[in-house]
Design a protein around this ligand. Structure first.
Ligand code: SAH
Length: 349
């Protein structure tokens, strides 16, 4: 079966014309898919014969809403989507003043192994397709009945470990005949895969790039993030500077505040030195508690002290508002599940 939802308009056009159908069929099907129809029968402007033919050769990727949880604190919604192969991933829908945002997953599980993150427990199971990423945005919009205007690729998975599918997804969701979400309204977060950062720089897209930095020196970062052994801090920062030079897009550095590990005055000074003079943004994230991880969040006083040191050296700093913490929907709390796990937990009878 051909996965039509992961195809862009050019690929769809090739696919249909090769089968002897007129070109305009591609656009018709593309538009239906981006409206979120789940069967060919709903594509009412296609002839019955054509629909029957499609059913035999092609499939429409579909994310079934397996569970929906709403935060009592801030109205944030967490979805667990199940795909036909039994794998399940989470997305989060958040309402901000600047528009509704969906945080999507890019892989089932993650193999980056960051010590503070829940998404990586159990490793990576598989990459998500472009269609499966698009589905998370579409379904979130349909289930909430609210228009999505921003997307962040900050759920489970490492986007640059699944570069091609992520790139295809950006193209699909940005297409004016589809959801039409502007590149400037999309943020991609990476744990620091420099090859991916260089590739993205070459594409010169208007997306926002976030780097999960979390520590200002190799000694601390090595302990927290295994990826640092491959791409140490100096190389990461050098690559970020090259990215900025090429794209003129300011990078956002994510920095988790972990008590006694990353929140010391010494760490703040090192971080200030590392980023001095670089036009960027630092986003401090209070550590969210994750079962099985024995790290403690910083106190508000320590965060304030840390922030002051950065600001005094001229950096732009914000503290991330943690949304959906009561439903485990905050940064680093998202998980993937397999059919087996769902069954063991009694989620499926
Ligand atoms: N793999 C990508 C995308 C995930 S984004 C990346 O690493 O950037 C999720 C963000 O939440 C990352 O910045 C991640 O480092 C951060 N995070 C992970 N666990 C966390 C936790 N327990 N508390 C706060 N932030 C966390």
């Amino acid at each position: 079966m051909i996965d039509l939802k992961s195809m862009d308009l050019t690929e769809l056009t090739d696919f249909f014309t090769q089968q002897g159908h007129p070109k305009f069929r591609a656009e018709q099907v593309f538009v239906w898919m981006q409206r979120g129809v789940t069967s060919f029968d709903e594509m009412s402007n296609l002839s019955k014969g054509f629909r029957e033919e499609l059913k035999k050769t092609a499939s429409l990727t579909y994310a079934e809403c397996y569970r929906k949880q709403v935060s009592k604190r801030d109205g944030t919604v967490k979805f667990l989507w199940r795909f036909p192969d039994g794998n399940a991933v989470e997305s989060v829908f958040m309402e901000y003043k600047h528009g509704n945002t969906v945080c999507i997953s890019t892989q089932v599980g993650c193999r980056m192994g960051c010590r503070f993150c829940a998404s990586t427990i159990g490793g990576k199971i598989r990459d998500l397709t472009a269609g499966e990423m698009l589905e998370q945005v579409l379904r979130a919009q349909i289930h909430t009945g609210k228009k999505v205007s921003n997307i962040v690729l900050m759920g489970t998975g490492e986007p640059f470990d699944n570069y091609d599918n992520v790139r295809k997804f950006l193209q699909l969701v940005n297409h004016p005949k589809g959801m039409g979400i502007g590149m400037r309204h999309i943020s991609i977060s990476t744990c620091g895969l420099c090859d991916g950062i260089r590739r993205l720089a070459d594409e010169n897209l208007q997306v926002t790039l976030s780097i999960s930095l979390h520590a200002p020196d190799n000694e601390t970062r090595d302990q927290l993030m295994p990826v640092n052994q491959k791409y140490p801090v100096e190389e990461l920062i050098r690559t970020c500077k090259a990215y900025y030079e090429k794209t003129s897009r300011r990078i956002s550095f994510e920095y988790t505040m972990i008590r006694g590990v990353s929140d010391t005055q010494d760490a703040a000074k090192k971080l200030a030195g590392l980023l001095k003079g670089f036009p960027c943004h630092v986003n401090l994230i209070p550590l969210h508690r994750v079962d099985g991880r024995h790290l403690e969040p910083s106190t508000p006083q320590d965060i304030a002290r840390f922030m002051k040191i950065l600001e005094q050296s001229g950096l732009t700093v914000t503290v991330r508002r943690s949304l959906g913490e009561d439903i485990d929907a905050a940064c680093g709390q998202l998980k993937s599940k397999t059919e087996q796990a769902l069954t063991e937990r009694g989620d499926i009878s």
